[in-house]
Design a protein around this ligand. Structure first.
Ligand code: ZN
Length: 677
């Protein structure tokens, strides 16, 4: 039997081989297509049991098997697995695209929603049906027949434009190189950056150093290079990429206008006043007006702090660096100097205090105390000897399990992520418990010393664990909305960012440290420096995010195509730093023109407000219980937010936990932006 088709227990990683992929996935696609064919027929009653249930079951088998393949592609990207994944990707993508446009299924869901059965279903099942109908509607299923081809055309042109936008940006980025020939020109740069630049020059058979506009080369130059002229040249090249100054075929300006035009047309066809309304429909935020008010309110509150940050930087630059006028290409360099002058400590110094075993023990203790669970080692076959497996129990009963794959490997995708291997559901009288993958890219141990993590690594681990808890501690019985499934896009980061807060608490942090050589816990003085540096220039940083978010939102809700003029208006309203007039930031704003963030860039701040405000409930009990690790508040957070997952609107969950609407006060306070009288 093909082990990818064995759904009885955990994935059989010891047995699953790349050659199993094509036959298993094809069989599951065939099974799903055959079933959908039956479900579409008039004879199939539009009921939960005859229609939704079988569709969910078959979809889950395909999702689980394909999830394992995607996971292997991410954690063991050897040629055989890459090939197996890529070979089936088009077929799987096509299947889901067809499913989204299947009118007969849409009609069945509508019939079910209109039937007497609907009223008798529990709210969770009604919510699942409502979501299905909404998604079909947003995919154009309700349009009159004669307008559907145009809708399809728009979709296709938009995806081609998004791809072209990214390609232009990449080509324009690749086209520029900056050469330095004498040692003086690379003064200030870290050794590893110089070595890479040297290697890049050697590859071209040239002497000296070669710098590019890619982040690992560009950012350190802006931050460390003493040569002001080099910074100025690099900045100009970077800020004018894919614009009218370069090759005309790489100019993203006309593409932006076309994308905006098509998005407006798509929204209009679906009956929305503008694209932002369409984008917000499946999200937590109610309307463009609400989001704009949110962003403007945050901007007004952050502005005095950004002005202070800028004034301090200008003063430091004038006094200590001899720079009378701070140019855009001086900002990052001068900021680095100021940061060093103020908080002399290095990330590496902090790292010595965070060995892996202490960090994991501290993380688990934090989770166990807050959510009344026990985490213990468990056994399972895995994809690599370094992967660990754990189970979570409550009162001796299994709640969920997770794989922990901490170390970077050559064959592993970069970054950190949580993914679901299995979701919780009740099926035929048995409970299926959830299973998750937590993957990071931390340095592996060297020699006989344990692995040590930077404070950033620790934050990442807590962040991904937050996503994991959202998925694993769910109590929802219906697959489509259990755990992270069905959670609104702008609320997904609530539990993850929430967990990060604990990494800044002295109580929590102290207990998870032991110097790798001396065993000494983190000194309070070093902790104080970390806290002081945490909010360095947070006003400037916040205002910049808000500027991008407001630009994105207004661009998609005001029906304007003069995007440069609009960006100017937004900057006059919220920014304190105004870049040179020739800066062409929109032409490289990939999030909204090449990715999925259109009228959604605000989500970063939105979810941060929710997570900070939720966390402040734990801070509020400190005077009474003496610690943020309060089990009673933890129990409420679990019951109202983690356990309900996507089964009810995120705003309802938030209000049930906090007893009121979200407030930005906690986030501003955490970022050091509190007005003093
Ligand atoms: Zn996240």
């Amino acid at each position: 039997m093909n082990p990818l088709l064995d759904f009885a227990g955990l994935p059989r990683f010891a047995d699953i081989m790349p050659e199993h992929v094509a036959p298993a996935i094809r069989q599951l696609l065939d099974e799903n297509r055959a079933l959908l064919g039956q479900l579409e027929r008039a004879e199939t009653p539009a009921t939960w049991l005859d229609f939704v249930q079988p569709m969910t079951d078959a979809g889950e088998r395909l999702g689980r098997a394909w999830g394992i393949v995607g996971h292997m592609h991410g954690v063991n990207d050897v040629p055989e697995w890459r090939e197996a994944y890529n070979a089936m990707l088009p077929e799987v993508t096509r299947f889901f695209a067809e499913l989204g446009q299947n009118l007969a299924l849409y009609e069945k869901f509508k019939a079910l929603a209109a039937s007497p059965e609907y009223a008798s279903l529990n709210p969770v099942r009604r919510r699942i049906i409502d979501h299905e109908i909404r998604d079909f509607r947003l995919a154009g299923a309700e349009l009159p027949e004669d307008r559907k081809p145009r809708f399809q055309e728009i979709q296709e042109e938009l995806s081609a434009l998004a791809a072209k936008f990214s390609e232009n940006l990449l080509d324009a980025t690749n086209a520029h190189a900056e050469w330095v020939t004498d040692e003086k020109g690379v003064a200030g740069l870290p050794e590893d950056v110089k070595a890479s630049a040297r290697a890049a020059a050697e590859k071209d058979n040239k002497a000296g150093w070669k710098f590019s506009l890619h982040a690992p080369s560009y950012l350190p130059v802006m931050q460390y290079a003493e040569d002001r002229d080099l910074r100025a040249r690099m900045y100009r090249a970077y800020a004018t990429r894919a614009a009218e100054f370069g090759k005309s075929e790489w100019n993203n300006g006309p593409l932006i206008e076309r994308i905006l035009e098509l998005r407006a047309e798509e929204a209009e066809m679906l009956g929305f006043a503008n694209y932002a309304e369409l984008s917000l429909t499946p999200k937590m935020a109610d309307s463009p007006v609400q989001v704009a008010a949110f962003l403007r309110d945050m901007a007004a509150k952050a502005r005095p702090f950004a002005e202070r940050d800028l004034a301090e930087l200008r003063e430091f630059a004038a006094k200590e660096l001899g720079l009378e006028k701070l140019e855009s290409w001086d900002m990052s360099w001068a900021s680095e100097k100021l940061k060093l002058a103020r908080y002399a400590f290095s990330d590496d110094e902090v790292k010595q205090y965070f060995p892996e075993h202490k960090v994991l023990a501290g993380l688990f203790r934090c989770v166990e105390t807050l959510f009344d669970v026990q985490i213990m080692p468990d056994t399972a076959t895995t994809w690599h000897p370094a992967v660990c497996f754990f189970r979570i129990e409550r009162n001796g009963k299994l709640v969920g399990q997770f794989y922990l794959d901490l170390y970077a490997r050559e064959t592993k995708r970069g970054g950190a992520w949580m993914a679901d291997a299995r979701s919780r559901r009740w099926q035929d009288g048995t409970l299926q418990t959830p299973v998750a993958y937590l993957c990071c890219n931390f340095p592996a141990p060297v020699g006989n010393k344990p692995a040590t993590f930077t404070h950033d690594d620790v934050l990442t681990l807590f962040h991904e664990t937050g996503h994991g808890l959202h998925h694993l501690l769910t109590e929802v019985d219906e697959l489509a909305v259990s755990g992270i499934d069905g959670v609104e896009w702008d609320a997904v980061e609530l539990p993850s960012q929430f967990m990060e807060n604990f990494c800044w608490e002295w109580d929590v942090l102290r207990d998870m440290t032991a110097h790798v050589d001396t065993g000494e816990t983190l000194p309070r003085a070093l902790y104080d420096k970390m806290i002081a540096a945490k909010n360095f220039q947070s006003g400037l940083f916040t205002l910049r995010q808000l500027e991008f978010a407001l630009f994105d939102l207004r661009l998609h809700s005001e029906g304007r195509k003069d995007f440069l003029a609009l960006l100017d208006e937004v900057r006059r309203e919220v920014a304190v730093i105004v870049p040179p007039e020739w800066n062409r930031f929109p032409q490289s704003f990939s999030h909204i023109f090449g990715g999925g963030y259109a009228a959604g860039y605000y989500s970063y701040k939105w979810a941060e407000v929710l997570s900070a405000d939720a966390y402040s409930a734990f801070e509020e009990v400190v005077p009474d219980v003496g610690t943020v690790l309060d089990a009673a508040t933890g129990e409420r957070f679990w019951r109202e937010i983690l356990s309900v997952g996507g089964s009810r609107p995120a705003i309802e969950s938030f209000k049930a936990f906090r007893g009121r609407e979200p407030s930005p006060e906690a986030l501003l306070r955490h970022n050091g932006m509190v007005a003093t009288a």
